[in-house]
Design a protein around this ligand. Structure first.
Ligand code: ACM
Length: 780
């Protein structure tokens, strides 16, 4: 366990209220054709709507919203939407616009919300007409009217000027997909009701309509079930691994949380008001350890197990006794009472069958039930859950593993291991939601910046989320209607705080929303990137802690002869304009514009930022460049030797305050400084920490490699290439220093020229793991 990290001092991903005001001015950019055909026009891009509407026709003039404007609505449904619009305007633009009775004509003009059965295009469609004297939002149904209000609110927040000016136009709009989803894992880490509500608000303002709530897993059962109180009393708490699980008094310090049924009802109501349906997930037969911990009779071994405090794929399954099926049905009975939506998610993923294979009793039950293998057993259980749900007028949805052993008749498949499961299910005539981990898993990090929070460093950048197309090209036309839509999933193993949840979601949710809502041929990356500036402005108005890393400038610095360095700048989203200084000053619109790699004389202090319309997108970060900084690399700046399963992990301590972060390949903790210049280098210093090895890897565990140790606690070893000569070897201590780190130094065998420095720790270190924090070369 390591307590602090020097580089954590500079770590941040909080929103800085940076000056981006000019960005919100409608951008008249040239749309660049995307891969799917005719993109949005420059004019459409200029309105900065996200997602883009299906059709937008500009008109002459504009409508001003001010405190003398009034809102008109007839009937409860339209009045409710008008009030929601007024609320959003109040919170984000600090403007009070009163709701008036029909017939009242305010001198500041009127915004009218109308339920109009004549508006076609489906229940979520709407029409928005803006002229200089009047705004009319009309839809056949409240859902559509709400989306019309969201579009109007977006127009009112694209530009921070007062009074608010809405360009005259007509928008006719309807979504491309009916399932526009986001999944949040509240089991691995828990979010408060207030945080869930903030997320629901943000979803609604992106026109997303499905919130998949992952409520049960090995690490916690988070929904109160009256009939089984221990599910939350016991199954709602775990003792975190390592130092995070020990209080200052030396006693276990549990991590707990669950939603009472009253809170669930409150969240369901809040979502419904925003036209979001909640799909609850009760996971079976795997991801069951919290339930089995609370009620061991549900498990296969009968052993008392703790609620799991490790991440990965765990082998604990529910057993297949009739009493366990009854338990699952009793849980579903309370779930369907709480959640009025059509779908209930029953999980089905990653149910490694080892326990069932090894259990004579499960094998006996399989014979009794006439199922031929363990996949068939899972299918039997899922079909049983479907029967219950169908009898209660609900539909079952599960992860794509429910295909194995045979799908229940009416099941919908959520395709996460790529899109293949979805294609197979559609071919079998089943509905599908596309949620491939390769494109739509938001626990994957979005940039390789050292400022990223913990997560999975196999990147899913914004561009990749944006480019995802849910209807596979090869899918026969008659099966396409089975693709209900798409969903991004937020797994929270690495998200201890809601701030991290927000970092993962925003701005990638905007890319998801555009694919989910807008016509395919309208999508174009460059236009979306331009509209994002206004979207960030909206996030700030809403108090959303969005990721800054996609908007930061990255620098690569290499040393040059005569005390100089070569600096190469880039930014993750490819914004064309970057400006920089080398004297430590904040870059301004008059600072040097980056054109190509440039030389600086050392020492220097580099600051660079992306500029849009004369202002930095996010504040520039300082980077000191001197001879010693060029001889030092943090773990984020090093490559992984093999990269079999790289994670960006957070330390297990301290209890309060920031914790160190480490990039580490947990199958082969080994770091590589490629082509390190060793001329004149005499010594090497490694700062290392230690953390728990808290992973369940099921059948992948043998892939974890350990190198033999020669001394009692193993060695730090540095080689010229991982299979090359040993350049230094230092015995490891039994424990770290009081700050949780050790600094290990060694003379380096003379090795002139450039070498790939390979750094690793020998020995089987479980249940802990050494991790590299910094590598520094010291000249003679
Ligand atoms: C999953 O990611 N295990 C659905």
């Amino acid at each position: 366990m390591t307590r602090t990290s020097k580089r954590q001092a500079g770590y941040r991903f909080r929103v800085l209220l940076s000056a981006m005001l000019a960005l919100a001015v409608p951008l008249a950019c040239n749309a660049i054709a995307g891969p799917t055909g005719s993109p949005a026009t420059a004019t459409e891009t200029g309105y900065s709507l996200v997602p883009l509407p299906a059709s937008l026709q500009p008109a002459k003039g504009s409508f001003r919203i001010s405190s003398t404007t009034s809102l008109l609505a007839e009937g409860d449904a339209a009045s409710a939407v008008a009030r929601q619009f007024a609320d959003y305007l109040r919170t984000t633009r600090k403007l009070e616009v009163p709701l008036s009775r029909p017939g009242n004509t305010a001198k500041g003009g009127v915004i009218e919300f109308v339920i109009d059965a004549g508006i076609g295009g489906g229940p979520e469609s709407y029409r928005l007409d803006v002229n200089p004297h009047h705004v009319r939002v009309a839809a056949a149904e409240p859902r559509g009217l709400f989306y019309g209000a969201v579009t109007l609110w977006q127009l009112a927040t694209a530009n921070p000027e007062v009074p608010i000016t809405i360009p005259a136009l007509r928008i006719e709009d309807a979504p491309r997909f009916g399932w526009r989803g986001l999944m949040l894992d509240s089991a691995r880490h828990f979010q408060s009701v207030g945080e869930i509500k903030q997320l629901l608000d943000a979803m609604a303002l992106h026109k997303l309509n499905t919130f998949h709530w992952h409520l049960t897993d090995d690490q916690g059962w988070r929904i109160e079930i009256k009939r089984y109180p221990k599910l939350t009393e016991d199954g709602g708490c775990r003792i975190p691994a390592g130092d995070g699980g020990i209080g200052a008094d030396g006693k276990p310090r549990p991590y707990c949380g669950f939603y009472t049924q009253d809170q669930v009802r409150e969240v369901v109501r809040y979502a419904a008001e925003r036209h979001i349906t909640i799909v609850p997930e009760i996971n079976a037969p795997g991801h069951a350890q919290a339930a089995v911990s609370a009620y061991p009779e549900l498990g296969v071994t009968g052993k008392q197990l703790p609620v799991l405090n490790e991440w990965g794929v765990n082998t604990t399954l529910f057993n297949v006794e009739e009493s366990t099926f009854q338990f699952l049905e009793n849980v579903l009975a309370e779930v369907v009472e709480l959640f009025p939506g059509t779908y209930v998610h029953v999980g089905g993923d990653e149910a490694v069958k080892d326990q069932w294979k090894a259990s004579a009793r499960v094998q006996e039950r399989m014979r009794e039930l006439g199922v031929k293998d363990e996949a068939g057993m899972q299918s039997y259980l899922v079909k049983r859950m479907e029967k219950y749900l169908v009898a209660h007028k609900r539909r079952l949805i599960g992860w794509d593993e429910i295909l194995e052993g045979g799908l229940p008749e009416e099941a919908t498949v959520m395709s996460w291991r790529g899109i293949e499961g979805g294609v197979t299910a559609a071919g079998l005539g089943h509905d599908v939601v596309m949620a491939p981990s390769s494109e739509l898993y938001l626990d994957y990090l979005q940039t390789d910046s050292p400022n990223e929070p913990p997560g999975r460093p196999a990147l899913i950048p914004l561009q990749q989320v944006y480019a995802f197309e849910p209807i596979p090209a090869a899918l026969p036309a008659d099966q396409r209607a089975h693709i209900l839509g798409l969903q991004a999933n937020v797994w929270t193993e690495h998200m201890r705080s809601y701030g991290r949840v927000q970092h993962a979601i925003f701005p990638r949710i905007a890319a998801l929303a555009e694919t989910a809502w807008s016509p395919r041929q309208k999508k174009d990356w460059a236009g979306f990137r331009a509209r994002l500036a206004a979207q960030l402005q909206r996030y700030r108005l809403l108090g959303i802690d969005y990721a800054q890393t996609p908007f930061e400038v990255r620098s690569v610095v290499s040393d040059q002869p005569q005390g100089k360095a070569l600096v190469t700048l880039s930014n993750p989203l490819g914004y064309p304009q970057m400006r920089y200084t080398i004297d430590g000053g904040a870059p301004s619109a008059r600072s040097a514009a980056y054109k190509a790699p440039f030389e600086v004389k050392l020492p220097a202090e580099l600051r660079a930022a992306v500029f849009v319309q004369g202002l930095p997108l996010v504040p520039a970060q300082a980077r000191k460049l001197d001879v010693s900084s060029l001889l030092s690399r943090s773990d984020e700046e090093l490559a992984m030797c093999t990269g079999a399963l790289t994670l960006r992990l957070e330390d297990d301590g301290p209890l309060e305050g920031e914790r160190a972060l480490f990039n580490v390949d947990i199958f082969n903790p080994c770091w590589l400084w490629k082509a390190a210049g060793l001329d004149g280098i005499a010594r090497i210093e490694v700062r290392a920490g230690r953390m728990p090895y808290y992973f369940q890897l099921a059948h992948d565990e043998p892939a974890r490699k350990f190198k033999p140790a020669r001394t009692p606690h193993g060695e730090l070893e540095i080689r010229a290439g991982c299979a090359g000569a040993v350049l230094a070897s230092v015995p490891l201590p039994a424990a770290t220093d009081a700050d949780g780190f050790v600094i290990l130094g060694a003379m380096l065998k003379p090795s002139p020229g450039k070498q790939d420095l390979c750094v690793f720790f020998t020995g089987d270190t479980r249940p802990t793991m050494w991790v590299l924090d910094r590598l520094t070369l010291q000249p003679r």
